[in-house]
Ligand binder design. Structure first.
Ligand code: IPE
Ligand code: IPE
Ligand code: MG
Length: 250
């Protein structure tokens, strides 16, 4: 295996974009691109675990993706069941814990059942936690955290960043260190708005089905050269955000 890259991000978040264009270029239906996108995801999950990444969070279906043609939406839903039955056993054996983040309320029962099964089967694994954002939106996440805080009876003065953070998705993970978007677009598209406040952003033209170990390593190398400051002047800060040491007087 290649030399380990330092520092390795603890948490990587990915907008897996470009499946449709990948298929179009091959004169194939968009849903074929999504199918190859699942294969790319499985490769990247195993590669991430091998590189010591502890948390991987991927955008699979956004709150806005319901606006796509009906056949593409149903193709994506079917792919969830196919992917779980095809890949779950190997992931479970490889120490992968799967979590789903997003609004489950409008997702069909059989899709919810597949996700519930994947979560339950892998619940005790700890090598890498893969969070699949499905019917997820960053704005939805903020709103649902506020709704929960109010439902729990918090008074306005009790609502602070910690109160919302603890009710947001991904409370079990540190904030993403590295945010990757494939497919050439340079935007967030309503992914993790709250949690990426200090993530390092990396955009690549590579279409998601082509994103392989080499492409991941290129992103990790780029990340390793970043100077994370978190608003400070000095650079003696661990990739986790922890301040290692500060010179006297700073
Ligand atoms: C990302 O690929 C996957 C989903 C949004 C489900 P796209 O389907 O957005 O692919 P492009 O951007 O049209 O190429
Ligand atoms: C973001 O990609 C959502 C996912 C990758 C699941 P989109 O293709 O939906 O984003 P836009 O429409 O280009 O902003
Ligand atoms: Mg897209």
């Amino acid at each position: 295996m290649a030399e380990p890259l330092h520092p390795v991000p603890r948490h990587v978040a990915i907008v897996m974009d470009g499946n449709g264009r990948w298929a179009n270029r091959r004169l194939m239906p968009r849903v074929v691109g999504h199918k190859f996108g699942v294969d790319a995801l499985v490769r990247i999950i195993h590669a991430s675990a091998a590189r010591g990444i502890e948390y991987l969070t991927v955008f699979a279906f956004s709150s806005e993706n319901w606006k796509r043609p009906q056949d593409e939406v149903s193709g994506l839903m079917n792919l969830v069941m196919v992917a779980v039955s095809k890949y779950l056993a190997r992931m479970a054996e490889d120490g992968v814990r799967i979590r789903i983040i997003g609004d489950r309320s409008h997702v069909a029962e059989k899709v919810r059942a597949a996700w519930d099964h994947a979560e339950a089967r892998t619940a005790n694994n700890r090598r890498i936690t893969v969070s699949v954002a499905f019917n997820y939106g960053g704005r939805w996440d903020v709103v649902q955290a506020c709704q929960r805080a109010i439902a729990e009876g918090l008074r306005p003065e009790q609502i602070d960043e910690a109160a919302l953070s603890s009710r947001m998705s991904l409370t079990y993970a540190p904030d993403p260190d590295l945010f990757i978007r494939t497919g050439g677009e340079v935007r967030i598209s309503n992914f993790l708005l709250w949690q990426t406040a200090y993530s390092e952003l990396y955009f690549t033209d590579c279409l998601w089905p082509d994103f392989d170990e080499r492409a991941l390593d290129a992103a990790l190398e780029d990340y390793a050269r970043r100077d994370r400051r978190f608003g400070r002047v000095k650079t003696d800060i661990a990739p986790s955000g922890e301040v290692v040491s500060l010179p006297a007087g700073s």
